[in-house]
Design a protein around this ligand. Structure first.
Ligand code: CTP
Length: 401
């Protein structure tokens, strides 16, 4: 399966770098082409000579190597691969990747690439557990970087144990194979984490009454199912609907907007968010603890407060914003203008806009006519089944992550 696959291996400076020699051998045995970039620090642990002997290619070490830039620029280097593997991915290199820093060849290649990246972290357990590294890894997961390891065990430093050992070469090899297998099997979203919201929310008035809307949840459930079929790891946060759990999807059932927000935040970091729920904009300011009774006070009047905006919270998240944030716009008038306003206001990349006027039959029905609104323009899709809208939307997701 790895025959003629092009792997660009980035070796950073850690003691685990020696394991890369074994990794290169195993990749070559399977017919993969291996091109290697080494950081300056990596060369303290293994020499370009031994790496080059095993990869049977020249080893790239210097951003300002004119001969190399002449033969193959660092941009081409970053794109002429099917997969980039970073092993060992040190705390320093992960921090650079998370922040888009690029002061050497390895970090430039990682910033310039448009190819999938698999990282095998290796560092001291305290460094791995440090909040800064946690933040960087969460950021990288949200950016779409995949990880293998680290494992737990004894460290190179005497007496140190914990999580931080680089995955073994055979484990990295298995992760590389899994990556190609998933892509080749029509499961292009394998390894991607997605959170989807669907359905209405119910906002209680008292223990027996609530405010709701007509959302059926069908479109959100269809999207979650289609994403799972494409290989994604899907968390579906669903308001009260009578639909069965889609196959292979983790479903969290909630009632209120605040519960929905908490469940969505709990599902972060992830690569993609699809917010299809018809979240109640308002809730009753103070829910009555007992059933409100008819009485001499006459008709009750309800005061409302605004609910949190889940899409905007995710779309404008300071640290865990997914790479792709998709919202919906349910409108009964001025569809396009309202959808465009929501795109900007909520920090979404794309808004799926639909007309939910009663005569369209969209709300609660099985069909949908949508317009895809993004900063760069609008695409109209013809009327189709909600399942087809879901399939087409998954194709859009695959293109963008
Ligand atoms: N949304 C959300 N949380 C809210 C309200 C809306 O996540 N509290 C999301 C919906 O899931 C949808 C998008 O925001 O993806 C737009 O929802 P919509 O009901 O069309 O818009 P509103 O924000 O309610 O705006 P308006 O009331 O002006 O229509």
């Amino acid at each position: 399966m790895l025959a003629s696959k092009r792997i660009l291996l980035v070796i950073a400076g850690g003691i685990a770098a020696y394991k890369c020699l074994e990794l290169i051998r195993r990749l070559r045995e399977r017919g993969a082409h291996v091109r290697v970039v080494m950081t300056k620090a990596a060369q303290q642990f293994v020499t370009p000579l031994s790496v080059g002997a095993l990869s049977e290619d020249r080893v790239y070490t210097d951003l300002f190597d004119l001969t190399a830039e002449h033969e193959i620029g660092h941009i081409r280097l970053s794109r002429e691969a099917d997969l980039i593997v970073v092993a060992p991915a040190t705390a320093d290199l992960l921090a650079k990747m998370a922040n888009g820093l690029c002061d050497d060849l390895a970090s430039n290649v990682l910033l310039a690439t448009d190819k999938p990246v698999l990282a095998a972290p290796a560092m001291n357990p305290r460094m791995w557990g440090h909040p800064a590294t946690r933040r960087n890894v969460a950021r990288l997961v949200a950016d779409g970087i995949r990880f293998v390891g680290p494992n737990s065990g004894a460290m190179a430093e005497r007496g140190e144990f914990g999580a931080g050992r680089m995955a073994e070469p055979m484990e990295i090899l298995a992760a590389i194979e899994a990556q190609f297998e998933a892509a080749g099997e029509g499961r292009p979203l394998a390894g991607r984490r997605v959170v989807v919201t669907a359905g209405p929310t119910h906002e209680p008035i008292d223990p027996v009454r609530y405010i709701a809307n007509r959302s059926s949840g069908k479109q959100g459930f269809a999207i979650a199912a289609a994403l799972a079929r494409a290989g994604a790891t899907v968390t579906l946060v669903a308001g009260p609907v009578g639909l069965a759990d889609p196959e292979g999807v983790t479903v969290i059932r909630v009632e209120t907007a605040r519960e929905m927000l908490a469940a969505v935040e709990g599902a972060l970091p992830c690569d993609v968010a699809v917010m299809a729920a018809a979240v109640a904009d308002w809730r009753v300011a103070s829910e009555a603890s007992e059933k409100i009774k008819k009485g001499p006070e006459g008709t009750p009047s309800l005061a409302f407060v605004e609910n949190p905006d889940i899409l905007a919270t995710v779309g404008r998240h300071p640290t865990l914003r997914p790479k792709l944030v998709i919202g919906f716009a349910a409108e009964t008038e001025n569809l396009l203008a309202n959808a465009q306003a929501k795109l900007a206001k909520k920090g979404a990349d794309l808004i799926v806009a639909n007309d939910v006027s009663p005569e369209t039959g969209i709300m609660g029905g099985d069909r949908n006519t949508v317009r895809l609104v993004e900063a760069s323009g609008v695409t109209d899709w013809p009327d189709m089944a909600k399942d087809e809208v879901a399939e087409k939307l998954v194709a859009v997701v695959v293109e963008r992550v």
